[in-house]
Design a protein around this ligand. Structure first.
Ligand code: GLA
Length: 726
């Protein structure tokens, strides 16, 4: 049993982690511990009363008559407004009489096997009831009848604890939720940094470390989409934590819209983390009988630094967030026409590219933007999801059949959430977009956003996409979203939009179980766990320059497994003077992810085609390890060079990717130390035999080249000893 209740104390335990809290004075849920696993019998209920302070009771609320325990020192699992806790609240509401004061008290708990689905929202899941255990603790506000049900699921084998809160209006009055966070965790101590992933278009998810200090550090999105600027992830890290060691506490929100995650260093020596829907502009009516479900936060503690945390997220998200036919299947190598042709193509041009793709050994041809309506550029036709027969006289079926005939699957780009003002759809339904009465309709990339908070709009999208998917043998969909929301009409619309989108995606994923869906958000603008629940991979960034990509993929891997990162060799025309070398470095970066090509392959010379075929064959040999193995960041591209290592799940293969980002004429020597190998085993690489212990402890020297972008892919195959064979 991974959850135990004893004497008012809840102990949640995974293989390596304990998370402990208790009921204090029948009123509060006090956080006691989160860290390396403790024995089940441990009793930490002394902690809230160990601070015998003489605080100024004029400014700190005393919880006992002797002025020994103060609310400001209490570490809370749930926090409200109005009773003297001035830290960032987990909950804020306006009641019928206009009051925003809440007073919750403990109202019981239940523990059950497994994990329930979250109504209308994506979440991690247990494949069977034995895999997870769930604790639900109920808190009640006596005056209004509002219940907050705090849900904790423990995945013992995965070392993961998930949290969410369900709000139930069991009273008789209207309630407006102003802040409904998914989790609040109060840490003892104040010496923390906050790690998050920042960026913008073409430079998504660069890791950044901020000092929390005695301020409030907030990472958020008000864009309606999770966005390029901040990812819905933060980790609190001990000051001495680094990639390989130290305490790290990760919070990853399974949501794709407006979110907020903050860390606050308080005046009494504690640090509070809250995570959930962005309270900014949030005002959600909860009528008597209504239930509001918050998104899930996936919490990971690592005592082995940021790398240890990443590997827990990778396994969890690969195996218990992503779903469907492709969850455990090697992902096909793609050739996408976008960077090669843009909007300028016809059937012949597409099939010529596909033909070279097939010769090279690629497995899936993706037709990107421009195949529908009158779309000759980005100014029109979003919403008109019927084939442009001037470009494709034999329809999608013609292209799909021809591509299938070459032995490849066929895939298609859509941007279903959008509408161009210059489209049949907009002319028929000008009120279907997100807009505010009397205000201008702000366009981005000449497009508006369809209002997915409306049922009929969602139905239109489901119908239109389904019709296209049924019209030909389409086995892959790239689901793009090239702008954020503006002019939202009311405070509920952004979250309702997400609920609508999730319903659309759930319906389509269920209806087309054989289709591989890939998310996209103007590059990596919606690369989040919410989308991965419906689509097991995402286009990582529109920036396919390999040196830029090193940083993007490195940062993305802090949370997301490499199999989820679509990574293509882009146009090599930018490497005019050294196309072969340039293709090689593009390949080494793309091969460390979910690999493909994105160019006009017909422009490759015969020698370059041979090189491309070798690259594809090489990736095929490594694919299982890269897509399903453990990932180690050995060196960071933010510090000059980069080195990444993958170790296959069965431990038989390790792949080392090294990259040089600067010229190194007469440079300093470079050595990397491999991880995850068996110290007693031997490994063969390039005809040499190495001991696992030596590779880990003595390391391996990296050849220095005079030119920037140099590097290697080294494959270490484990030599099975006689002993192991038996
Ligand atoms: C976005 C995507 C690109 C491509 C274009 C098409 O920018 O990120 O990969 O699909 O849209 O318009």
């Amino acid at each position: 049993m991974s959850i135990k209740y004893h004497n008012g104390q809840f102990h949640l335990q995974t293989k390596r982690v304990s998370y402990i809290f208790s009921v204090y004075r029948g009123l509060y849920l006090t956080h006691l511990y989160w860290g390396a696993r403790l024995e089940h019998g441990v009793d930490l209920t002394y902690l809230p009363e160990e601070f015998i302070f003489s605080r100024a009771n004029a400014f700190h609320v005393p919880l006992d008559s002797e002025n020994r325990v103060f609310l400001s020192d209490l570490k809370l699992e749930f926090s409200v407004v109005g009773g003297g806790d001035y830290r960032v609240p987990a909950f804020h509401a306006r009641y019928g009489d206009g009051s925003t004061v809440s007073e919750f008290a403990y109202g019981g708990y239940q523990i059950y096997r497994g994990k329930k689905k979250l109504r209308g929202l994506p979440a991690t899941y247990a494949e069977n009831a034995a895999e997870a255990q769930t604790l639900e603790v109920t808190l009640r506000d006596a005056l209004t009848g509002l219940k907050a049900v705090l849900c904790y699921s423990v995945f013992e084998e995965y070392d993961v604890i998930t949290r969410n809160i369900r709000y139930e209006n069991a009273g008789a009055g209207e309630i407006a939720l102003l802040s409904a966070q998914s989790a609040c965790v109060d840490f003892y101590g104040k010496e923390y940094n906050l790690l998050h992933l920042r960026g913008d278009w073409a430079r998504e998810r660069y890791p950044e470390v901020l000092s929390v200090g005695r301020g409030i550090v907030t990472i958020d999105s008000k864009r309606g989409m999770s966005g390029h600027a901040h990812n819905p992830f933060i980790a609190l890290t001990a000051k001495n934590a680094d990639e390989n060691s130290g305490e790290v506490y990760g919070f990853s929100l399974v949501y794709s819209g407006n979110f907020s995650m903050s860390a606050e260093g308080d005046s009494c020596g504690g640090t509070r983390v809250t995570a959930g829907l962005n309270p900014f502009g949030f005002d959600w009516p909860l009528a008597p009988g209504d239930v509001f479900q918050t998104p899930e936060v996936v919490m990971v503690h690592s005592g082995e630094g940021i790398g240890g945390m990443s590997r827990v997220y990778h396994r969890m998200y690969r195996e218990r967030l992503c779903r469907g036919k492709y969850r455990d299947a090697p992902r096909p190598m793609v050739i996408n026409n976008w960077e090669g042709t843009g909007f300028d193509f016809d059937e012949k041009k597409l099939l010529d590219i596909a033909k070279v793709g097939a010769e090279i050994g690629l497995e899936l041809f993706v037709l990107d933007d421009g195949w529908f309506g009158a779309r000759g550029g980005d100014t029109c036709s979003l919403g008109d999801w019927h084939v442009n027969s001037a470009k494709l006289p034999n329809g999608l079926r013609g292209v799909a059949d021809a591509v299938n005939g070459m032995g490849m699957k066929f895939g298609l780009w859509f941007e279903p959430e959008m509408v161009s003002p210059d489209s049949l759809l907009y002319r028929a339904h000008p009120d279907w977009c997100v807009f505010a009465e009397g205000r201008k309709r702000t366009e981005n990339r000449y497009q508006l956003v369809l209002d997915l908070s409306r049922e009929e709009v969602c139905e239109y999208i489901i119908g239109a996409v389904s019709e296209v998917l049924r019209s030909a043998n389409i086995e892959y969909v790239k689901w793009d979203c090239n702008r954020n929301l503006t002019e939202t009409a009311d405070q509920t619309q952004p979250h309702k939009y997400m609920l609508g989108l999730y319903r659309v995606l759930e319906t389509l994923a269920e209806r087309f179980p054989n289709v591989l869906f890939e998310g996209c958000g103007g590059g990596g603008g919606r690369f989040d766990p919410g989308m991965l629940y419906y689509m097991p991979q995402t286009w990582t960034s529109d920036n396919t320059n390999p040196i830029a990509r090193l940083k993007i993929q490195h940062g993305t891997s802090v949370v997301y497994p490499p199999i989820t990162m679509a990574a293509h060799i882009g146009s090599i025309d930018t490497g005019r003077d050294c196309r072969n070398a340039f293709m090689d470095v593009c390949a080494r970066v793309a091969m460390a992810g979910n690999f493909g090509f994105e160019m006009d392959l017909t422009r490759l010379s015969a020698a370059e085609r041979r090189q491309a075929a070798e690259i594809a064959a090489r990736y095929k040999h490594l694919r299982q390890t890269v897509q399903f193995g453990d990932f180690y960041r050995l060196e960071s591209p933010f510090d000059g060079g980069a080195a990444w290592e993958f170790v296959s799940a069965d431990g038989k293969q390790a792949v080392l990717f090294t990259y040089q980002t600067q010229t190194a004429l007469n440079g300093e020597s470079r050595r990397v130390f491999l991880k995850g190998l068996s110290p007693s085993a031997s490994y063969r690489c390039n005809g040499k035999v190495y001991s696992g212990a030596a590779l880990a402890r003595a390391g391996i020297g990296i050849a220095l080249e005079a030119y920037e972008y140099a590097g290697e892919v080294m494959v270490f195959e484990k030599i099975e000893s006689e002993f192991e064979k038996n």
